[in-house]
Design a protein around this ligand. Structure first.
Ligand code: SAH
Length: 213
């Protein structure tokens, strides 16, 4: 089956799994996942599965990305912070919907590859930082202090406090928190200055690396 047809099928699969946010479904229909998958796994691009990247990292499962993006209730006005650029696939989906995406990746090699792919795809609303995302977007350009939405693609052992501080009023953050083998997807909302914390579905992500911890 052609990639184009497989992509349509993936969107149907997402719909059957309770993804109903139209902007999320449209983004999945538009962004070619095969461009972000390493050449040797390209034929598996549209399986609803995580796939290997270099450096022991993985490109997240489409169903999990879709769920996280739906939880964020994204709008075209949003400034989004993403931790864990990885392949850049989720970055592309976010940038397709939101106004601006600031994305941080610890591993230089992965970030540079993702930057190359995203540049050739024509995105002009993405900003990159190579480094530890635990501190958030601090000291990076553009000098945003707050974000409407924050999405973390690596498993944290606790709720990253510096990231919650960079969540704007009314903002939403999704982050997997738990042990090494299994985590829960947390949804954290800032309302009237307070943080509302909700524990959601179980999930499995690669670890949020904490250099120096
Ligand atoms: N959404 C990405 C997921 C990549 S996996 C995709 O679908 O391709 C998670 C990524 O988080 C990995 O690339 C890993 O290197 C990165 N990561 C882990 N710890 C990090 C940290 N402290 N700061 C920034 N990125 C980190």
């Amino acid at each position: 089956m052609r990639f184009e047809d497989q992509r349509k099928k993936l969107v149907q699969t997402l719909k059957m799994r309770d993804i109903h946010d139209e902007s999320v479904l449209m983004a999945f229909a538009e962004i070619p996942r095969e461009d972000y998958v390493p050449a040797e796994y390209q034929e598996y691009s549209y399986l609803n599965q995580p796939l290997p990247l270099s450096d022991n990292q993985t490109i997240s499962q489409p169903g999990m990305i879709a769920l996280m993006m739906q939880e964020l209730s994204l709008s075209s006005e949003d400034k989004v912070l993403e931790i864990g650029t990885g392949s850049g696939y989720q970055t592309a989906l976010l940038a397709h919907i939101a106004k601006e995406v600031c994305t941080i990746e610890l591993l230089e090699k992965l970030s540079l590859k993702a930057q190359k792919t995203l540049h050739s795809a024509g995105f002009k609303n993405i900003y990159y930082r190579i480094g530890d995302g635990w501190q958030g977007w601090e000291k990076a350009y553009p000098p945003h202090k707050e974000f409407d939405k924050i999405i973390v693609s690596a498993a944290a052992d606790e709720i990253p406090q510096r990231l919650t501080e960079q969540l704007a009023e009314g903002g939403i953050m999704v982050v997997p928190v738990g042990g090494r083998l299994m985590q829960y997807l947390y949804k954290i909302t800032r309302k009237d200055g307070e943080l509302i914390v909700n524990r959601g579905t179980p999930c499995t992500f690669v670890p949020f690396v904490r250099p120096g911890k």
